[in-house]
Design a protein around this ligand. Sequence first.
Ligand code: NAD
Length: 419
Amino acid sequence: MPTVEWRSPASEMAVQQFDIAAAKLNLDANVAGRLRRPERAMIVSVPTRMDDTRVHVFTGYRVQHNDVLGPFKGGIRYHPAVNLGEVSALAMWMTWKCSLVGLPLGGAKGGVACDPAELSRHELQSMTRRFTAEILNFIGPDVDVPAPDMGTNEQVMAWIMDTYSQHKGRAVPEIVTGKPVAIGGTLGRKEATGRGVVYTIIEAAKHLGIDLSKCTAAVQGFGNVGAVVTKELANIGVKVIGVSDRTGGFYDPKGLPVEKLLEMVSKSHILEGCPYGEKIRNEELLELKCDILVPAALEMQITKENAERLQCRILAEGANGPTTLDADRILKEKGVFLIPDILANAGGVVVSYFEWVQDLQNFFWTEEEVNKKLRDILVKAFHEVLGMSQREKVDMRLAALMIGIDRVARAMLWRGLYA
Ligand code: NAD
């Protein structure tokens, strides 16, 4: 963002990406100036009673980037590195992502700087409820609808839904997505992001003429996105040779036993102590010789320092912003086929949109319907991006950004400036 308030490596990267796409689109300068920064950003104090009776004050954020296409939508992240700049970058990417896949939603993001692994269940619940209360006047089913992101899950969404509902005096399931099915969540949401990543990999393989049953894959991050990607890749016959999480990675060139890994992590939540494969460092995982690499953890993992050493043919960005602009250039020269984040991981927000629609209508769909509609949307978006990339002779990231930004800009020009 141009002003110092939002500055961080992630937000600078997001704005640079935007500037490149805006220049290529010849975007109206007044519209571009508005889109380079969020519409609204909040920093809140989140006082929380810890188990030892001390009150710890966490810092929470909600950034609303643009709502020209519809209510703000975006996840809530719990991670020690959460800051205003990172949340702003993630909010901007949400705007382009919703637009790219044709959803009537805008872009937002939120988070609390904390390490959820260090908090007890009681502390996590108290912090979540107080954070919800602090942002309560700025969210709402037709205003801004949160969802899960790194470090949050369906339990956290349930506490947000309950806190909001207690304030309103009635059940308001449509205030968040990614909730448990028992309180108005949708079938298929938990798996949607990872499943969507794999749908786009299937389209990329068709385009490149690659037989996926002969392919190998490495996945960074073994949480909501990474674990599902691993499972779905194994289901279609891809050999998963490497996985990692914040505790490190595991590698077996003959293929890791995916079902056993999933079972282990469902109990322990981390890969540490995994008895399968050889232990490797996180950096080594990204550099493994494989056909498909899926970063599904943090931003800025693939940089000018390691991009040259990547050995994959397809890079499918499960995470948001895992690749820097310098690395993009190197990977393009190496001929790596990129499925950019706002396309590859859009399955999460697509099924969040389905959940919101079902809640508003009080009418719920089967998992088959959810998955089919998700696949139709992502396959269409993939081919729109590929078409743009071929017509304009630009890489897949720039093509995806151009489509996403163009739709938002055109809507802004129609609506004009309220003054
Ligand atoms: P999660 O908290 O469920 O899992 C994150 C995983 O990354 C964990 O296994 C964690 O141990 C691992 N990790 C953390 N630091 C790491 C490091 N330095 N190296 C390797 N692994 C590391 O989070 P998630 O929901 O799976 O989100 C992962 C990424 O996907 C984020 O970038 C998020 O913004 C993006 N994303 C998530 C969704 C969603 O629906 N959850 C949707 C779109 C995009």
